[in-house]
Design a protein around this ligand. Structure first.
Ligand code: NDP
Length: 303
């Protein structure tokens, strides 16, 4: 039986692994995709204390190696079921059938990118529609790209694409960006970037590949925007359905836990973007990982 089972190997989960191992607890961490979490797609991190300018990929790799160096056990499979209690122990089952018994659990499952919900979205994904500018931007070198969204991710994506593409449109449903002002200023300094504020994307068109999108203004006026690519960055949603029977979720589907990272279920903690919180940042994810790991390690020793 492992002392601490961690679900998710993003910043929160990997930090939790480091802290729990240093506290002497045995740790098994489950990850259904590549380790590193969302940050792996960020070209440059400017706000993690003490590491200005590091790329998301480099940061995530270093964190992964650090967690490995402390003797964390990794299982690359998605947890599909969690049962049990602090008294009897928890049992985690993965999609490929791995069963793990654990004294405590830290849910650090992160979030996934929101989709537009438009007809053809799935069919055109990989054929013009993308959710990751750093992964797919290079395919549109010298071409036209549009970014949909107004937060930090969208603005960072548009800045990145402005250095690769001939023309970049950024489409946002309000007349003001949500992103940090410093990023917006950097974006607007590019003369190949054009803003389409107070518009949403209402339809996507193409045959084999994306050729254009319909934009609808807040007044209800439609216009066609010819573009080779559409990068969707309209926010994040939690994927906590698998935990709904073991912990309380809030109305938006995040795990209900406060700054102590304790959930409604003794022995189960939540850390990082997956929990109810105001500020979803790397630094708060790392902080959650440490807080949850210290508490879980102590509890696993009966403290
Ligand atoms: P955000 O939630 O910050 O922004 C999402 C954007 O998408 C908002 O502008 C929102 O509009 C818009 N939106 C949401 N739903 C829809 C919809 N259905 N149709 C159209 N537009 C929609 O998400 P991000 O992914 O940008 O960022 C997530 C978190 O990660 C944030 O906390 C962000 O600060 C952080 N982050 C930090 C970075 C950094 O510090 N370097 C880099 C990237 C992300 P509206 O504004 O009207 O709500």
């Amino acid at each position: 039986m492992t002392d601490v089972a961690i679900i998710g190997a993003g910043t929160a989960g990997l930090t939790a692994a480091i802290y729990a191992r240093r506290a002497g607890a045995s740790v098994t961490i489950f990850e259904g995709e590549a380790p590193g979490g969302q940050i792996i797609n960020t070209p440059e991190i400017d706000n993690f204390p003490g590491m200005p300018g590091v790329s998301g990929y480099e940061y995530a790799n270093k964190l992964y190696e650090q967690a490995q160096s402390f003797g964390t056990e990794f299982v690359f499979d998605k947890v599909k079921k969690v049962e049990g209690s602090l008294e009897e122990g928890f049992v985690l089952t993965t999609e490929y059938g791995t069963v793990c018994e654990a004294k405590t659990i830290i849910i650090a499952s992160g979030v996934k990118r929101r989709e537009m919900g438009l007809a053809g979205e799935q069919e055109f994904t990989g054929r013009g529609i993308s959710y990751c500018a750093t992964c797919d931007g290079a395919f549109f070198k010298g071409k036209t790209a549009a970014v949909f969204g107004g937060g930090n991710t969208a603005v960072e994506d548009a800045i990145y694409l402005a250095g690769i593409c001939k023309k970049v449109y950024i489409i946002h449903r309000r007349n003001q960006f949500r992103a940090d002002q410093a990023l917006v200023d950097e974006l607007l300094a590019h003369d190949n970037v054009e803003t389409k504020l107070s518009y949403t994307v209402s339809a996507i068109h193409g045959d084999d590949k994306l050729t254009s999108v319909t934009l609808t203004s807040v007044e209800g006026r439609d216009e066609e925007l010819v573009t080779d690519a559409l990068f969707v960055a309209i926010g994040l949603i939690p994927e906590n359905g698998v935990f709904k029977d073991i912990v309380e979720l809030d109305d938006a589907g995040y795990v209900a836990a406060d700054e102590t990272c304790e959930t409604s279920t003794p022995g189960v903690f939540a850390a990082g973007d997956c929990r109810t919180k105001d500020v979803r940042q790397l630094v708060t994810a790392a902080a959650d990982g440490a807080v949850a790991a210290v508490a879980a390690s102590r509890l696993s020793r009966g403290g």
